[in-house]
Design a protein around this ligand. Structure first.
Ligand code: 13P
Length: 257
């Protein structure tokens, strides 16, 4: 079975003091009993990575970045390299829909970033998912497959990869996709593309997460599906109590019996 994850993407929220307070609350809330069988990952803004690393030090909580550039160093004003992040983080979110659609990142750049992140020893959490228009055209599966194929073209092995299926129309809307619509993609297009690329055995070990308006009330509906190994949580991860509930539900449903 692939590992299970609960990932909090804080996006462009929290100042440093607030980030440390939120991380500390999550740490305290998960201390006892410690949830088993789930990897808890929090992804604060870049400027809070160092202080949050201190705040969670000695706990099982892992740190992720929300983005990284494709080059190790150089004249790239405003960018952060995966090598710089590797001192703090185990994970990095790449290809998030806000990077694709708000910042205009294209699939070529996301592919370069994914290769660079792996080369720096980071585990990419590669986000894929269709827009509403693409869904309405009946292209959800084809778009998702293409996004995976292009992003992973230069990544030779599946070890360490995490895929997050985040349909754009379900992000930040309060209206998640239905579990059936998600499974159609997670068990279909995503698994098929990974298996074509890496073979059945290796690809079956890649965790596939769902993201898009996940909260403590709806997360169990997704976690009960065998093709979903956890959640990538935006808004609800800014509330320590809600995120802790999501982590605990993940452990209850996906963790050891
Ligand atoms: P919301 O949970 O706020 O819909 O955000 C989802 C997301 O984009 C996580 O990366």
């Amino acid at each position: 079975m692939p590992p299970c994850l609960a990932v909090g993407n804080w996006k462009m929220n929290t100042g440093v003091a607030e980030a440390v307070a939120l991380a500390s609350s999550i740490r305290n809330g998960l201390e006892s009993p410690a949830p088993r069988g789930v990897e808890t990952v929090i992804c604060p803004p870049f400027i809070s990575l160092a202080p949050v690393m201190d705040a969670i030090s000695g706990s099982p909580i892992k740190l992720g970045a929300q983005n990284a550039y494709s080059r190790p160093s150089g004249a790239f004003t405003g960018e952060i390299s995966p090598q710089m992040l590797a001192d703090f983080c185990q994970y990095v979110i790449l290809g998030h829909s806000e990077r694709r659609h708000v910042m205009g990142e294209d699939e070529g750049l996301i592919a370069e970033k994914t290769v660079a992140a792996v080369a720096a020893g980071l585990q990419p959490i590669l986000c894929v998912g269709e827009t509403l228009e693409e869904r309405q055209r009946g292209d959800a599966g084809a778009v998702t497959r293409r996004q995976i194929r292009t992003a992973l073209a230069g990544v030779p092995t599946a070890g360490g990869l995490v895929i997050a299926y985040e349909p754009v129309w379900a992000i930040g809307t309060g209206v998640p996709a239905t579990p059936a619509a998600v499974v159609d993609i997670t068990a279909g297009a995503i698994r098929e593309e990974l298996a074509d690329r890496y073979g059945e055995t290796a690809s079956s070990q890649v965790p596939v997460l769902y993201g898009g308006s996940v909260n403590p009330q709806n997360v169990a509906d997704f976690l009960r599906e065998p093709s979903i190994q956890g959640a990538l949580v935006g808004g609800a991860s800014l509330n320590a109590g809600q995120f802790i509930q999501i982590v605990r539900l993940t452990a209850e449903i996906k963790g050891p019996a």
